[in-house]
Design a binder for this molecule. Structure first.
Ligand code: F6R
Length: 611
């Protein structure tokens, strides 16, 4: 969480930094700030969005060729002008921005307070900054050395960028656990939490690794580790275009991303699935095929929407591959001393590839000898890099905070992966395998067909926008979609929503049902159809309002439901990729009708890099 940007070079830094911050605002948006170096340090910061800061500093002296900027998701201290980054050191010579959490900040603060330091903010960042300055003054060393010494004492996660008024063209950076990309231009360098701030200037980037420090000047990039040894920067080429991070005529990124799904799913399948030849080409699986074939179990770790994809993966992999699967919340897994044996396969699912809990969970598992397989969207992200093998979802940049196209990308990868392993293990008949390949191939077209009914979904969404609560129910492969539907609704409409296995509602949630409660059934034609029809009857008998996602041609549920969303017929393993689309649109239109900023809902951030 939090977005960081930096620039040093011949151009004006401020426009680059402020534009970069707008692109990174999805990472946190409760306050914003910039620090510019030119004849001393100038710091402007403010509670609120990037646009508010921009407006507030019109007419100020913004001239500088070295600058840093920050957009915050508050951890220590409420969103306020004072807690906003950058922070300035006691001497006034250093300015710093930080993404992450310094876990031992209280101890460091005590030590500094005993030495007479005073703090203006409640942040851990101001503590770390003064700790660095204190070391620099005591040791009479340069700033990089002080940072190096300080970071050896720090526990937690960080990316920091520092400016020093004594070295006007230099940015010092360091990372552990939070992402940092450095763009290499001609006589200039760019820094960012991801590559979006530098896209129009350079495609050459260096992904900084944990425990690395960087000295960044216009014509020089020096990387070192915490042991003060030099590291050769590894420059990679970005495969991303500016258009991918723009709204492209849509009102919101979320809507654009929902509508991109026919092409993102197609991109995910492209070059991998060949239904005519009957093949799936996934080198990440192929390279580890013996491990997968012989696996006694697979553990999947993830958070949020990615966890819902993991749950569906459990159902699909167990059905097709006959391998036991355990699905874990990464945040629980990392702390509960799980039993991990050498050679166990841990699959990490993550859109951002930076989620702190998922990242640490797999780091621990890897230390214990597990093989890590990453299903990740962001190319070059930390989880992708730490994994022993993996498969990208190829959904392109997802900027709306609510995950949509990344989720269907994850489901696509999971389906291909399960089919490939099942084929290799011989746990699937040739006929079913071939049929599922054809089904998968047809998904983009079917998703496009569902999107054509967006206006109908919008009309239904308006009917339910004032609901106080909602219940989402599904069985079997559609149960994870019920969970996902409830999550999507609460995060972007602020309506309290619960997802449940449809049959489980009799054990408690049914007490909530009355004429005011919308109950969304994910009820496509599958082996549970008759059962879910009974569950719908149970809700109707208690006067609940039923909204059902059904398969085209269903002649039972539409007669019972108050409102219906139709999706094309599909195999029950594939159907969740379709039933999730109306659910996404329902949340989007309810959120819009309620006036929520759906791309940046309150309290959330896209990339959760703190635990
Ligand atoms: C919900 C959502 C979050 C993320 C979660 C994990 O719409 O986006 O629940 O799914 O924070 O993030 P990743 O997938 O980046 O690890």
């Amino acid at each position: 969480m939090c977005g960081i940007v930096g620039y040093t070079g011949p151009k004006e830094a401020y426009p680059i930094v402020i534009t970069g911050l707008k692109r990174l605002e999805y990472r946190g948006y409760d306050s914003t700030g910039v620090a510019l170096l030119n004849d001393g340090l100038k710091v402007y910061k403010k509670k609120g969005r990037v646009a508010e800061l921009e407006e507030a500093i019109i007419g100020k002296d913004l001239h500088s060729s070295t600058g840093i900027g920050h957009t915050r998701w508050a951890t220590h201290g409420e969103p306020s002008d004072i807690n906003a980054h950058p922070h300035i050191s006691a001497s006034g010579k250093l300015a710093m921005i930080h993404n992450g959490i310094i876990e031992n900040y209280a101890q460091l603060k005590k030590e500094l307070t005993n030495k007479g330091y005073k703090f203006t903010s409640e942040t851990d960042t101001e503590v770390l900054l003064n700790f660095i300055e204190d070391i620099q003054e005591n040791n009479q060393c340069d700033l990089l050395e002080a940072v190096r010494v300080a970071l050896k004492r720090v526990t937690g996660a960080y990316v920091i960028l520092l400016l020093n008024s004594a070295t006007p063209d230099t940015i010092i950076a360091a990372r552990k656990g939070s992402p940092l990309v450095i763009g290499v231009g001609k006589g200039e360098h760019f820094l960012g939490s991801d590559a979006s701030p530098m896209l129009e200037y350079t495609k050459e980037v260096v992904y900084v690794n944990d425990y690395e420090l960087a000295i960044v000047r216009p014509n020089e990039l020096i990387l070192k580790n915490l042991g003060n040894e030099k590291i050769t920067p590894f420059v990679t080429k970005l495969d991303m275009e500016l258009a991918e991070i723009e709204k492209g005529g849509y009102d919101h990124f979320m809507l654009k991303e929902i509508f991109e799904q026919p092409s993102t799913i197609h991109d995910c399948l492209r070059g991998r699935l060949d239904a005519t030849a009957g093949t799936i080409t996934m080198s990440g699986i192929q390279d580890n095929i013996e491990h997968f074939k012989n696996a006694k179990r697979i553990i999947i770790v993830a958070c949020g929407t990615s966890w819902h994809a993991a749950l569906l993966a459990e159902y699909i992999i167990e059905e097709l591959c006959r391998i036991p699967v355990e699905v874990e919340y990464a945040s629980e897994f990392r702390y509960r001393n799980p039993i991990i044996n050498k050679g166990d396969i841990i699959v990490a699912i993550s859109q951002s590839g930076e989620t702190a809990d998922t990242l640490v969970a797999i780091e621990r598992a890897k230390e214990n000898g597990a093989i890590i397989f990453g299903i990740v969207n962001v190319v070059g992200s930390s989880i992708a890099r730490i994994s022993n093998g993996g498969a990208y979802t190829h959904a392109g940049p997802e900027i709306g905070v609510a995950s949509t196209k990344a989720f269907t990308g994850q489901l696509t990868v999971i389906a291909m992966m399960a089919l490939k392993i099942a084929k290799e293990k011989n746990t699937i008949s040739e006929e079913r395998y071939r049929n599922l390949l054809l089904e998968l191939e047809a998904v983009p077209e079917k998703v496009a067909a569902i999107l054509k009914s967006a206006e109908d979904i919008k009309a239904i969404a308006l009917k339910y926008k004032d609901a106080a609560d909602a219940l989402y129910l599904g069985r079997g492969y559609n149960f994870p979609i019920a969970l996902e539907g409830a999550l999507k609704l609460k995060e972007i409409s602020y309506i309290h929503a619960e997802g449940y296995p449809a049959a489980e509602m009799k054990h408690g949630p049914i007490a909530l049902v009355d004429e005011n409660l919308p109950v969304v059934f994910i009820a496509t034609k599958d082996s549970y159809h008759e059962k879910i029809v009974s569950n719908i009857q149970e809700i109707k008998a208690r006067k609940g309002k039923v909204i059902a996602v059904v398969t085209e041609g269903d002649d039972i549920i539409p007669g019972m439901a108050d409102d219906v969303f139709y999706v094309p017929a599909a195999d029950e393993i594939i159907a969740p990729m379709l039933s999730t689309i109306p659910i996404q649109l329902l949340s989007y239109y309810v959120g819009i009708a309620k006036g929520v900023d759906v791309d940046k809902p309150r309290n959330l951030a896209k990339s959760v890099t703190v635990e």
